[in-house]
Design a protein around this ligand. Sequence first.
Ligand code: UDP
Length: 311
Amino acid sequence: MPRTVVTGGAGFLGSHLCEALLAQGHEVIALDDLSTGAIENIHHIRDERFLFIKQDVTNFLYIEGPVDYVLHFASPASPIDYLERPIPTLKVGSLGTHKALGLALTKRARFLLASTSEVYGDPLVHPQTEEYWGNVNPIGPRGVYDEAKRFAEAITMAYHRFHGLETRIVRIFNTYGPRMRLNDGRVVPNFIKQALLGEPLTVFGDGSQTRSFCYVSDLIDGILKLLFSDLTEPCNIGNPAEMTIQQFAEAIIKFSSTKSDIVYRPLPEDDPKQRKPDITRARQRLHWEPKVKLEDGIASTMEYFRTKVKP
Ligand code: UDP
């Protein structure tokens, strides 16, 4: 039975990943300091092959026994979270990645890094291919996340080249689904919460900026395909169905049959103007592409948030 460590295992993506790995026959050890993750996301997992350890992964990681895979998913991941926690965000991407790589090296485990479309910054190439080096403001408010993840990619490739460690890098584009935090400030929980409460949807800027939203089950499927592939170069995983934030707000209003209208708020600094993954590499090398339609993904996400929203 493969033994797998997931850092950030109590987070939105980490918890879904733990479940998917258990379903594939792995023993899973989830590490999380619960700063943005929540026990609630994993407390339903009743399986003797699952172990949770509360730990800040920027500290030395000691795991007894063999480990076959280390998946590094610990990090604040929403713009509000990393604005509120700039230094922990930098530390988990840099020191945390170093510790997770060190664990993988000691155990000769395969390492997978959760990287991000934010490495492309406010992209000047559209859609974004993995060859694009990005357009990131290192000293802007998002720099703490973007640069930490860029460092994380660099140190991952260094461990691969220098130590011969088996590594994988997934660049995750906007993902949504159950277990996102209601108040993490991202557009999906914000709009759904507002729609469920009949409040106006807050579009930042004029709503012409674009994003491409991937449902969590599609993303997890892509990540596992990457993990078990031989692809060492970074790989975009996301849904290429691009839409403006204005169109997204209109879609949420339609799917929720709310009477909410739209209000406009200032655009946050360095907010990327467009984002859409080029998934040619994932299609060709992993035979992966997203399947869940926005309407269906939003319906199950809304069902989850209905249990969280208190009018
Ligand atoms: N956004 C918005 N209203 C909100 C929250 C976010 O219009 O209440 C916009 C935000 O400015 C960005 C997009 O939605 O252009 C996606 O934001 P999110 O925080 O979800 O993630 P990002 O892709 O920027 O990391």
